[in-house]
Design a protein around this ligand. Structure first.
Ligand SMILES: [Cu+2]
Length: 486
């Protein structure tokens, strides 16, 4: 297996590279600026009803089996909600999950919304119990590719399929020839018996996470995307897996990255992009000519694993240079680095009461319907979430002054990679001591083993904001805290 450190970027895309240490960072010439952000439109109200329920069905990747999925819609296993920038989303969430006491809520991942709409049980709202409901209403402030999922007993709720996609449109300068969502995730299935297997394991939770055995793109073993031949096509990739880090590449076609976690970057050639749980990346791919095909692959697998087949259809567009149109710039506030306060966060193993157990492969880890776990293996700055119980709210990890800029030094002091997610804000990722990164914004930042990443943001959204690893078993076993913006 190749390591994720193969992540390579071409300089010139505004990349920042670190030398021997963080102090040695050097800037590469900035890329040309993006077109200005879109003006919000007329502001429709978009109603949405999401009903969490068990709906047995057979996705193409289930090997012919019907599995007791938990989903949010009667008409599709994966709701894809598209709104325009300026629209207000009014979503009624109903919990009809079939198990007594199965708490739930909806977290709108990556959306910078008011904290009482953030969907974190106990911290921002009471959990929605079976038979209950909650009305979410907010106007997304940013264009881009986002998704939504529940935020408690997530390994099982996400593991059975509870999630959806939220696209906020308005960022294109000229339309692309296609605009497709590619939802990437695994499933844990006994393909002989046709049943979900345990969603968590002690061994997985204390290490890199419990991996699925059935991989999928848009619910298929390999998604088949028919694209206008020779066209420049936008692919919105979402890694909704609770565990797996992928390295995205395209074999057989030219491709460029145009947005990361929903926010535009000046286009740069795709040459392997680490896509960890909860991350999104928007690509423009030059579709093959009529009848030709190319492949979206995960290069972390050996040999690279095809995720989607890209097939050119219709009459081919004339040959021309690949020069993908940029998206419009995002609206993330620019941190004032000169005045920023620095916060240090260390992401470590242990810290809670329990040491990491020997790898006996046991499945004794318990993650409950009411937001509790039986173990804590992980910590932030030496502390795990107290009592392994989401309902026990600890003091904030840090208290931030509203409107002030903060520079975060996030150090992974463990031997396992951690994608660290902040709610309600988007980081400007500045530098790493292990790799060159393009300047970009992100709500989820991958920390490789022993890597330190510096990011900055303006703490402009008041409230208590979750700050946690998005390897869900790491989150649920201690690597979870919150930042208070006052
Ligand atoms: Cu983690």
């Amino acid at each position: 297996m190749r390591t994720v450190t193969r992540r390579r970027f071409l300089a010139g895309a505004g990349a920042v590279v670190l030398g021997a240490g963080l102090a040695g960072s050097r800037r590469v010439a900035a890329a040309s600026p993006l077109p200005p952000p879109p003006e919000p439109g007329m502001g429709r109200t978009v109603p949405l009803r999401l009903v969490a329920a068990e709906r047995p069905q057979a996705l193409p990747c289930f090997g012919g089996h019907v599995l007791p999925m938990w989903t949010l819609s009667d008409t599709t296993w994966l709701p894809v909600v598209r709104v325009q920038i300026g629209d207000r989303l009014e979503a009624l969430f109903e919990n009809r999950l079939p198990r007594e006491g199965e708490h739930s809520s909806i977290h709108w991942h990556g959306i910078r919304l008011p904290v009482d709409q953030d969907g974190v049980p106990y911290l921002t709202q009471p959990p929605v119990e079976p038979g209950g409901s909650f009305r979410y209403a907010f106007t997304p402030p940013d264009t881009g590719t986002f998704f939504f999922h529940t935020h408690c007993n997530t390994p099982e709720q996400l593991g059975r399929g509870l999630m959806g996609v939220l696209i906020v449109e308005g960022d294109t300068t000229e339309p692309y020839d296609a605009d497709e969502v590619v939802m990437l995730r695994d499933w844990r299935i006994d393909l002989d018996k046709g049943a979900f297997t345990s969603f968590t394991t002690t061994r997985g939770a204390s290490r890199a996470g419990t991996f699925g055995n059935v991989r999928s793109a848009n619910g298929a073993p390999e998604a088949d995307l028919r694209l206008p031949a020779g066209g420049d096509c936008r692919l919105r990739l979402i890694n909704a897996d609770p565990t797996r880090i992928m390295e995205i590449a395209v074999d057989g076609a030219e491709a460029a990255v145009i947005a990361i976690d929903g926010i535009a970057v000046p286009p740069f050639p795709l040459d392997g992009w680490a896509l960890a749980p909860a991350m999104r990346v928007d690509l423009v791919v030059r579709a093959p000519g009529a009848g030709g095909s190319a492949h979206l692959v995960d290069r972390r697998a050996e040999p690279p694993l095809p995720l989607a087949r890209l097939v050119g259809s219709g009459s081919s567009r004339p040959p021309r240079a690949f020069d993908p149109r940029p998206l419009r710039a995002g609206r993330i506030p620019e941190p004032d680095l000169a005045a920023a306060a620095t916060l240090d966060f260390a992401f470590t193993a242990g810290g809670g009461a329990a040491p990491i157990p020997p790898g006996d492969g046991s499945d004794s880890l318990f993650l409950g319907s009411i937001c509790v776990s039986s173990d804590d293996f992980w910590s932030i700055n030496g502390a795990a979430w107290p009592g392994k119980d989401h309902s026990r709210i600890p003091p904030p990890l840090a208290v931030l002054e509203r409107g002030r800029s903060y520079r975060l030094r996030m150090k992974n002091a463990s031997r396992i990679a951690h994608p660290i997610h902040i709610h309600g804000h988007s980081f400007k990722v500045l530098a790493s001591d292990r790799q060159s990164l393009p300047l970009h914004h992100a709500d989820t930042v991958l920390l490789l083993p022993d890597e330190t990443v510096e990011a900055a943001f303006v703490a402009d959204n008041p409230g208590d904001w979750m700050f946690h690893c998005h390897v869900i078993e790491h989150q649920e076993t201690g690597m979870m805290a919150y930042l208070r913006v006052l």
